[in-house]
Design a protein around this ligand. Structure first.
Ligand code: GTP
Length: 321
């Protein structure tokens, strides 16, 4: 209510303020303590399809039955009782009102993302008599952030992946091995490392060509993926050298895995230029032990076992001496 001393100038100002609020590019809802709508602006009218004349005096939760009632009532109640502003970002709740995006065709989201601010408002007597709900359309910001996050994820994947085989590349695989080493140091749980290398691959490349060699590397990677468990971590360690970290696996269990892998690779065939190509691998297996200095040391021990397999005629699996 306006005071009895309200002048024509005051009325003009009020009228102008009301026009301004109508043209705001944000939603504005004024609620009383019983969650009844006192007024809302044209943003709310346009997006909800409900005219202010139909909304005034109605309960907000009757107008929008899909609002998160318990959560929003708590927010509104505390704005009244604590007399302080409250915020909610799209990252916590993508939206309060299920409004469609204003750019469903050019934008990436069919629905509007919203930030919400709740502001307690005092009447002329100084007491809080309503709460203003401000709704900001942040669809552009939200979708851009999501696009950026998804591009970062893709970049991260690319930076970790070996292009030829699709396995982890050496850098990332070694990082995983280092993590596993530290985990074993803390937990004292078993873990095993398998390193293996294609036999006579130089001769193979010289005989069949580098492209045929690449095809074989892909076939070996497929064999690893078929053999490994989801918790195992495989990577291309070097040109024709591969690594497999087997968490929660003892040496004897890892030997079984390694032998199965060796046999799978030996049995795999690659058809190339009307020729059936096959390769074998030599494998070194080393279990984690407290005597290892670091993950590099673990690699060295596995590499020695792999060297023994080469020395022993290749196409076999060895453990450290
Ligand atoms: N086709 C292909 N060959 C590669 C790739 N990376 C490394 N190589 C080849 O792998 C061969 C490795 O040869 P060596 O290290 O001498 O070992 P090897 O001939 O396999 O002999 P042993 O390991 O002792 O059995 C080299 O000829 C490399 O060129 C690759 O991405 N594609």
């Amino acid at each position: 209510m306006l005071s009895p001393t309200t002048t024509g100038n005051d009325m003009d100002s009020l009228h102008q303020v009301m026009q301004l609020l109508q043209t705001l590019d944000n939603g504005l809802v004024l609620l009383d303590a019983d969650y009844n709508v006192q007024m809302w602006n044209s943003f709310m009218e346009n997006h909800s399809g409900i005219a202010i004349s139909d909304a005034r005096g109605k309960n907000l939760f009757d107008l929008f039955p899909d609002l998160p009632k318990t959560w929003l009532r708590r927010k509104i109640d505390s704005a009244f009782s604590l007399q302080s502003r409250a915020f909610c970002t799209w990252e916590e709740h993508p939206r309060l009102f299920n409004f469609k995006s204003t750019r469903p065709l050019t934008g990436r989201s069919a629905m509007m993302y919203q930030n919400i601010t709740l502001i307690p408002l005092t009447g002329l007597n100084g007491a809080i008599n309503s709460v203003c709900l401000l709704v900001y359309d942040v669809t552009e910001i939200a979708t851009r952030k999501q696009d950026l996050e998804s591009a970062n994820k893709t970049l991260q994947k690319i930076s970790r992946t070996d292009k030829l085989t699709g396995l982890y590349n050496r850098g990332y695989w070694e990082e995983c091995l280092e993590q596993e080493f530290k985990r074993c140091q803390r937990s004292k749980r078993p873990s095993a490392l398998i390193l293996f290398d294609i036999d006579h691959f130089k001769t193979f490349n010289d005989t069949h060509g580098h492209t045929a060699g690449d095809e074989v590397l892909r076939a070996v990677a497929r064999a690893i993926k078929e053999t490994q468990r989801s918790t195992d971590i495989s990577g291309r360690y070097g040109g024709e050298e591969f690594g497999l970290v087997l968490p929660e696996t003892t040496q004897s269990q890892a030997m079984l895995v390694a032998e199965r892998l060796r046999e799978t690779i030996a049995a795999a065939t690659v058809e190339w230029d009307s020729t059936t190509l096959q390769v074998t691998v030599s494998i070194g297996v080393a279990e984690y032990s407290d005597s290892l200095k670091d993950h590099q040391n673990w690699l060295e021990v596995s590499d020695k076992a792999l060297y023994r397999a080469k020395e022993d005629g290749r196409n076999c699996t060895k453990v450290p001496e």
